[in-house]
Design a binder for this molecule. Structure first.
Ligand SMILES: Nc1ncnc2c1ncn2[C@@H]1O[C@H](COP(=O)(O)OP(=O)(O)O)[C@@H](O)[C@H]1O
Ligand SMILES: N[C@@H](CCOP(=O)(O)O)C(=O)O
Length: 295
């Protein structure tokens, strides 16, 4: 039996749609794997009643198939599904790391990224790797067709999750098919600023680089109360605020000293439109952690 803790992630960060992602300190999924003649999945924890245990419909089933690593896989969900914190991706990332070790496949963490992304294709229709990459590698990740670039950073963030859900598949349906050159130029500038901010552990630069006028405005329309939460977080000191992944979670980047005030302001703003929420005050953190076999 092997155990892996796989962290939640926040993808896009505004200007890096389908490219940027960060691993969060909390929450996380815990995945336990044991060799078995065929794959069997059990799911407990946050939102488990909405998560199929059929290996053909669960992200970890696709990973077990891709690694030819049948197993009894127990998923204890710490990350609520469809909230914009890469819940389905964390399970896939954790399973990839665990099964690679369980079956001595010898793949590097980078090589596990496209394998874990196969799980994402099951739920969102596309094998986007911007959540699985940071969940496996930790820190800030940049995913392109040529591979993954990873930067260690510990930027302070608040992720506020309303008690509503948005499926990634639905949120991908509102993404525009094209963009104007002006918008592309602005977004490239913002994404570059954000990247430099990550390399310098500078929340001001990261926040400045989060603005995006192409995808985010379409997505915020799907989140009740978004504008109020965005404004409240900025007023409380956030250096940048955007939709976390496909939403409805909202991500604020900040200095450590402002975390508490921002978390309170975001919860109050959702509350002002009668939506309950919870806020994780955390940092960009390490990737999936494998625990030694204790059996
Ligand atoms: N291991 C898993 N963990 C979480 N959700 C899963 C898993 N396997 C399949 N799903 C399905 O994926 C969907 C959630 O994924 P998605 O919409 O991408 O949101 P999230 O950002 O939380 O991953 C739900 O319909 C859920 O049933
Ligand atoms: N790039 C994807 C990220 C989806 O993240 P999730 O945490 O909402 O699954 C997208 O924006 O569609």
């Amino acid at each position: 039996m092997l155990t892996v803790r796989a962290p939640a992630t926040s993808a896009n960060l505004g200007s890096g749609f389908d490219v940027f992602g960060v691993a969060l300190g909390t929450p996380a999924d815990v995945i336990r794997v044991e060799r078995a003649p065929e794959t069997r999945i059990t799911v407990t924890g946050a939102g488990s009643q909405y998560i199929p245990e059929d290996p053909d419909q669960n992200t970890v089933g696709a990973v077990a198939d891709a690694l030819d690593a049948p197993a009894h896989i127990k998923i204890d969900k710490g990350i609520r599904p469809s909230s914009g914190l890469g819940s389905s991706a964390a399970s896939a990332a954790g399973a990839a790391v665990a099964l690679n070790a369980l079956y001595d496949r010898g793949l590097s963490r980078e090589e596990l990224v496209p394998i874990a992304a196969k799980g994402e294709a099951i739920v969102s229709g596309e094998a986007h790797a911007d959540n699985v990459a940071p969940s496996i590698l930790g820190g800030f990740t940049i995913v392109t067709d040529d591979g993954v670039t990873q930067v260690d950073t510990s930027i302070s963030v608040v992720a506020c999750l309303p008690e509503t859900t948005v499926s990634t598949r639905d949120a991908r349906g509102v993404v525009p098919g094209s963009a104007s050159l002006d918008d592309v130029v602005t977004t490239v500038g913002n994404a570059s600023t954000l990247t430099v901010g990550m390399t310098r552990d500078d929340p001001d630069l990261v926040g400045r680089g989060m603005n995006d006028s192409i995808v985010t405005p379409q997505r915020t329309a799907l989140i009740d109360g978004y504008d109020r939460v965005h404004e409240a977080a900025l007023e409380a000191g956030a250096t940048g605020v955007t939709v976390s992944g496909a939403g409805p979670g909202v991500l604020a980047v900040c200095h450590d000293r402002d975390q508490n005030a921002i978390a309170g302001a975001m919860i109050d703003a959702f509350d002002s439109v009668d939506i309950e929420s919870r806020a994780y005050q955390t940092h960009v953190s390490e990737g999936a952690r494998l625990y030694p076999d204790r059996s």
